[in-house]
Structure formats: structure tokens, C-alpha cells
Design a protein around this ligand. Sequence first.
Ligand code: S3P
Length: 190
Amino acid sequence: MSVDATSAAVRHRLKQHLFLIGFMGSGKSTVASTLSATLGIPALDSDACLEQELGCSIADFFSREGEQAFRDRETEFLRKLRGQSPCLISCGGGMALRSENRALMRLLGPVIYLTATPETVFSRIGTDTARPLLKDKKTSADIAAMMQARLPLYEDAASLKIATDHLSPAEITNELIRLLQPFLSGDESR
Ligand code: S3P
């Protein structure tokens, strides 16, 4: 089967859910869109789903209810995936923080950890204001400290890892398709 993201002709079915995790700005949402379009598989973005459910932006929810309330919603989101048909899930950067979340993800399917250096993250989202946890952390050193604390948790959750720093979304997608072969089945009849 061709693994070229620009010319994949076969649509696929996922055998299990598939999770993309990683720090803010590691490219999860962009890669999820490209991968979903390339393979013809359904995709969900946990942040977008939660914003829809909450009826407000994540930043507003954080300032009104606080971080723990948001983490509770993330756990609830994962619990609800049990029994749903498999899809690709792009997770908010904090999804791996709770041990229950890590266990749930590992139980439900392969977890791919997209990594990026603090400098890459800073260059991608340094001026973004939508992420409440980066509001007062505006240097790559701030990002490095936060990333360092999370690293063991991402590693603990992950089954596969891809460094995204020097790759385009299409290149990451191609690499993912290669790594994910055991979890995909071709379905030319759809
Ligand atoms: C968060 C990451 C965000 C969002 C929220 C908290 C985090 O998602 O869920 O602002 O704790 O890392 P992205 O990783 O998609 O930016």
C-alpha cells in the first residue's frame, strides 16, 4: 500500500481508537486533520468537543471554573469513548496528566506522542492567547520548564513517538501511516 499522504487511494478503517498526545503546539490538531483526510478515517479533537459541550472557549472555562474542572471534563470525554466506534482523537496537551486518562487511552488504542522542542513550540504558538496555561509563560525557557515536568507522563502514556521539529504535517502523516499499519485495515469498498 502506498504511504504517500498526497496520494493515498485506499480508505481505511481503524481497528481501535487512535490518540495523538503531546505538548501544546506539537502539531496534534494539524496532523489529525491531515491523517484523517488522507486515510478517510473519522477524527475528533478533544478541545473542540469540550468547547462545544461547555458552550464557551476553554480559556473562559478555565477562568470561570478553574483547571481541575477542565481536567474532570477531559476525563469524562475519554470515559465516553468506550464503546464508541473507533476514531482518531487529537487530545488537548494536558490529557496525559492524570493517571486515569493515561490508563484509559492505553486501554482504548495506540497512543502517539508528538514531540517538539521548547523552541519549536515557542515559534509555533508564542503569540497565541487562546491557551490559558501559557498566558504568563511567554519564553521558550518557561515552556521548557513546563514541558520537562510533563515529559514522563507523555512517555508513560505513549506507545509510539514522533519528533515533529523538522517535519511538515504531510511528512509526519506519512511516518504515522507507516507506523500505524498494524492498527489499520484497508477498505476499498467504502
Ligand atoms: C492544555 C492544552 C490545550 C487545551 C488547554 C490545556 C494543556 O490544548 O486543552 O488549554 O494543559 O496543555 P492544545 O494542546 O491543543 O493546545
